[in-house]
Design a protein around this ligand. Structure first.
Ligand code: CAA
Length: 261
């Protein structure tokens, strides 16, 4: 796999694992990290053999403790506006990655780290995970979608309280509050994430993309528009080879063999 300075990538069967790898800086999300993640996600998206991805952090302490504060400290407003660093996380990672990806949160997910985890299709957290949007303490606020995605995930009251106090939310509360899909013991995090990713990767690939697209529509559309979108995607899938194969396999009591068409 490609060599990067701040991230590691590997594949395990049809699963791509992307690891944020600046453990001494608690995997802070610098501009180099962003450039490398854009490349790694584009490579995942382009590789037809890869059907699910996992993003995690190296070390036992952090998924990512935020955007890189040392890099941001000298920046002027014009730099933030002209670079558009924050917008590129959505435009060049979230929007271009149509295939599924999971965040395996192994420790602190703060600020941009929490926001990156929330960009994933869902989060699996280790029992030592800690989520937060502490930007207020730096005189700023979330900048990569946190105020919107956290509010949609946990509701206004909890999101508002977290943004205004900057406090962290532990894994158990995060599961109870629907921020994460599942919490597992720290030592089992990657085993569980890989198992889940392999299960997703065993599904008909086009159906996986369509399922992702329709669930995401619930974020973006009215109920009526979202239901129309769902129905159209269903109708497209109904014309696929994998639909024919999937239903035949069920009737014949065997495993389906997918072409991805
Ligand atoms: N950026 C740059 N470096 C960071 C960092 C960050 N976000 N978070 C931690 N580090 C660095 C520390 O500076 C420290 O480096 P040195 O050894 O060179 O001093 C190293 O990582 C270890 O960190 P600590 O010594 O602070 O570790 P700790 O265990 O005492 O505390 C922590 C852990 C509570 C997570 C603390 O590091 C912390 O509060 N970090 C900042 C969290 C934060 O404010 N994140 C939001 C950033 S703003 C943002 O993300 C904007 C946005 O929305 C897009």
């Amino acid at each position: 796999s490609a060599s990067y300075e701040t991230i590691l990538t590997e594949t395990d069967g049809a699963v791509t694992i992307i690891t944020l790898n600046r453990p001494k800086a608690l995997n802070a999300l610098s501009s180099v990290v962003l450039e490398e993640l854009i490349k790694a996600f584009a490579a995942y998206q382009a590789d037809d053999s890869q059907l699910c991805a996992i993003i995690t952090g190296s070390g036992d302490k952090a998924f990512a403790a935020g955007a890189d504060i040392k890099e941001m400290s000298d920046k002027a407003a014009a730099d933030f506006y002209l670079d558009d660093f924050f917008s590129r996380w959505t435009s060049e990672i979230v929007k271009t990655t149509r295939k599924p990806w999971i965040a395996a949160v192994n420790g602190f997910a703060l600020g941009g780290g929490c926001e990156l985890a929330m960009m994933a299709d869902f989060i699996i957290a280790s029992d030592n995970a800690k989520f937060g949007q502490p930007e207020i303490k730096l005189g700023v606020a979330p900048g990569m979608g946190g105020s919107q995605r956290l509010t949609r995930a946990v509701g206004k009251s909890k999101a508002m309280e977290m943004c205004l106090t900057g406090r962290m939310m532990g894994a158990e509360e995060a599961e109870r509050s629907n921020l994460v899909a599942k919490v597992v013991p720290h030592d089992e995090l990657m085993t569980e994430a890989k198992k889940t990713a392999a299960l997703i990767a065993s599904m008909p690939p086009m159906a996986a993309i369509a399922n992702k697209e329709m669930v995401n529509s619930a974020y973006e559309m009215t109920l009526e528009q979202g239901i129309v979108q769902e129905r159209r995607l269903f109708q497209i899938l109904a014309a696929s080879e994998d639909k024919k194969e999937g239903m035949a396999a069920f009737v014949e009591k065997r495993e389906g063999k997918w072409t991805g068409r």
